[in-house]
Design a protein around this ligand. Structure first.
Ligand SMILES: Nc1ncnc2c1ncn2[C@@H]1O[C@H](COP(=O)(O)OP(=O)(O)OP(=O)(O)O)[C@@H](O)[C@H]1O
Ligand SMILES: [Mg+2]
Length: 292
């Protein structure tokens, strides 16, 4: 009887301790969730740039969208959640910048007074260092990039995703309860369109509104003979938008200077020259639709 009572006490204590542990874990999770919500509540609009296909121009769109919004006077954040292939620091010529901390939170890199940038690229020793992480680790880093960064008050947060519908865009959708929506980037040819359709279905599944489709690398005007060539075919983005019942935002032509500007860390939208004219016009019309 005595022994049994003692044993009961012991298991009661174990149960109390594990209940306490659970309570602490729950309390920590709730505090973190509250902190995340506080940070997100100071950001008016959240745009996610994504695509089922790699190399179609997601980062180009994200960088130039963020810079244009900042040039219009908005307070902008640019968050690079491409953990394995961060290209934002290179495209803005801020590679090698080290992050500082304040109030136990990371300070984003100031590209301009009203434009803040965060990328895993700022944390790597060398640009070519690979990051070998599984899903849960990527989720927790993206959570930190949202919650533990001094973003402050922002009008727009632009999020650049890696290709596909994997851990990173899923984490963004799970962590941001009410994003404005996704800007889906494609190139015109069927091979890209098939993958990009999956991104739109992904958005539908995770309740992420689709703000629209951008067709990038859409035709090329030869600067020498002025002949127009549809290198990757034409019109696939508009046709797919219609089929999938999402808005079509516009097309950006292949422009030699876009790649050159990106390599030099200069967003093409602020590099005015005759070769960029058509792309700049196209891009501005896309942005008007996004901020209308
Ligand atoms: N309209 C364009 N004309 C010419 N070059 C372009 C155009 N758009 C993007 N590029 C170039 O194509 C390359 C791929 O673009 P970008 O890095 O933006 O694609 P991405 O979709 O982000 O790629 P990833 O899937 O690897 O993240 C870059 O060198 C970029 O400068
Ligand atoms: Mg990219």
């Amino acid at each position: 009887m005595f022994g049994k009572g003692k044993k009961d006490n012991g298991s009661q204590e174990t149960m109390n301790a594990s209940a306490q542990g659970m309570d602490q874990k729950k309390a920590k999770e709730m505090a973190e969730q509250q902190e995340l919500e506080n940070t997100l509540s100071k950001i008016k609009h959240k745009f996610v740039v994504l695509s089922g296909k790699g190399g179609v121009g997601k980062s180009t769109v994200a960088v130039n969208l963020a810079v244009t919004l900042s040039e219009k006077g908005y307070r902008v954040g640019l968050l690079d959640v491409d953990i394995h292939g961060p290209s934002i620091p290179k495209m803005l010529d801020i590679e090698g910048t080290r992050l500082t901390a304040e109030n136990e939170k990371l300070n984003p890199v100031l590209y301009k007074d009203n434009m803040k940038v965060i990328s895993i690229g700022f944390m790597l020793e060398k640009g070519e260092d690979p990051v070998i992480w599984r899903g849960p680790l990527k989720y927790s880093v993206i959570k930190q990039f949202l919650k533990d960064v001094n973003w402050g008050e922002l009008d727009y947060l632009v999020i650049d995703s890696p290709p596909g519908t994997g851990d990173e865009p899923l984490a963004v959708c799970q962590l941001i309860p009410e994003p404005d929506g996704a800007i889906v980037v494609t190139t015109p040819q069927e091979v890209a369109i098939i993958d990009v359709q999956k991104s739109i279905s992904f958005c539908n599944k995770v309740n992420m509104p689709v703000l629209g489709v951008v067709e990038n690398m859409s035709g090329f005007n030869c600067p020498h003979c002025n002949e127009h060539v549809d290198i990757f075919r034409a019109g696939g983005g508009a046709r797919m938008s219609e089929q999938m019942n999402v808005p079509f935002l516009g097309s950006i032509p292949i422009t030699l200077k876009i790649a050159e500007n990106a390599d030099m860390g200069k967003p093409f939208i602020s590099s005015e020259n005759s070769e960029n004219d058509a792309a700049i016009k196209a891009f501005e019309s896309i942005i008007e639709k996004l901020i209308k």
